[in-house]
Every structure is written in structure tokens, then in C-alpha cells.
Design a protein around this ligand. Structure first.
Ligand SMILES: [Zn+2]
Length: 192
């Protein structure tokens, strides 16, 4: 069920709509340093993963720049997980497919997504060695009724959210989105 999501245009459209809301809220909040207004100063992106035709919105990571003092405000995002080339949904789902009772072989993930074994290993390490030590996770994990085993991330995290795979994926990306703002500064290992 997670497999079909990898190319589900409905999912990638839904994530665009969520990011538009997150961006609108951030822009309405204005500059954090002065009374200036925020203008778009988006970053160009060439993302990998997702359906064959991605909405145009995926070619930009939304960011704002204060018209007066130039300070940047980068809103949270459910489309991009840090500066990784692969989309956030792919980073999460590719790892999930390698977990559980019938984990996919690396070669299968590679054939479907083009993600190399090294990249996949680095993503897994990020969950296990970096993510679990973020202030964000230390504060957020207590919100779950059942404890999430670090060795079971990210699959165990998705399982905390109700509904089908689609709803779980959206909820997980929403949950992780505070990590994607520059001010959170927690995605240091955020290469492809
Ligand atoms: Zn300003």
C-alpha cells in the first residue's frame, strides 16, 4: 500500500496544498526582526522521486525575504525534507519499505526509485543517529500513546497515525515539517 503512494499524484497534489497553507501563515506572520513585509525569495529545486509529472510547485522551495531588513523566513514544508534532492515523501516511504515483516531488498527500492544503496543507508542512519537526538523529537515523542522504538523509525512513526497509508504519510510529513524550517537547524545531514 505504501508502494502505490510513491507515484500517487493525489498525494503530491495534497502536499502542495498543505505547503501553500504553511507558507501563507508564515508570510502573514511577517518579519521576525522588524515590521517589514515578506516577499517571495524561493529557492529553485530539481527534485527526484514522485509521479512522472509533478506539479510545477515542486520546482521551488518556498522562502521569504523581508522587504526592509532582508532577513529570510523559510516556512515549514511537507514537500521537502531539508535540502535533500529526493522529496520528503520518498525519503520517508523508501525507508518504510525496507522495514516491517517483509522488507524490500535494496535492489528493488533502487529499481523503483533510483535511490542508491549508499543514499538509502544514509537516510536510515539519519533516522537512527540524528533524528532521534533532535530537540524536536525529544519533545514530540512523549505525545504518542505508544513509545516509538528508534530502531523502527520511520515505520513506527507512521503507525502512530491513524487511517490508511495515505493519511499516515500526510500526517507524518506534517509532523516532521517543523524540522524543515531553517530556524530549527536540525537537518544538518540533509544531502541527497
Ligand atoms: Zn525585517
Amino acid at each position: 500500500m505504501y508502494t502505490t503512494l510513491l507515484t500517487d499524484a493525489t498525494l503530491f497534489d495534497a502536499l502542495v496544498a498543505i505547503d501553500q497553507d504553511l507558507a501563507a501563515t508564515a508570510q502573514a506572520g511577517g518579519c521576525r526582526r522588524c515590521p517589514g513585509r515578506l516577499h517571495h525569495g524561493d529557492y529553485p529545486r530539481k527534485p527526484r522521486g514522485g509521479p512522472a509529472t509533478l506539479p510545477m510547485a515542486y520546482e521551488k522551495r518556498t522562502s521569504f525575504c523581508c522587504a526592509r531588513c532582508r532577513k529570510r523566513v523559510t516556512p515549514a514544508s511537507v514537500r521537502f525534507l531539508g535540502r535533500r534532492v529526493y522529496l520528503g515523501a520518498i525519503v520517508v516511504l523508501a525507508c518504510v519499505l525496507r522495514q516491517g515483516p517483509t522488507p524490500w531488498r535494496v535492489a528493488r527500492v533502487r529499481a523503483l526509485l533510483g535511490v542508491s544503496a549508499d543514499t538509502l543507508a544514509r537516510w536510515h542512519r539519519w533516522w537512527r543517529d540524528a533524528f532521534v537526538h533532535t530537540a524536536f523529537w525529544r519533545a514530540a515523542r512523549s505525545r504518542f500513546a505508544r513509545p516509538v522504538d528508534a530502531a523502527d523509525l520511520p515505520r513506527g512513526l507512521l503507525a502512530c497515525f491513524g487511517g490508511e497509508a495515505f493519511a499516515q504519510t500526510v500526517a507524518t510529513l506534517r509532523f516532521l515539517s517543523p524540522l524543515t524550517t531553517r530556524s530549527a537547524g536540525t537537518l544538518s545531514e540533509a544531502r541527497p
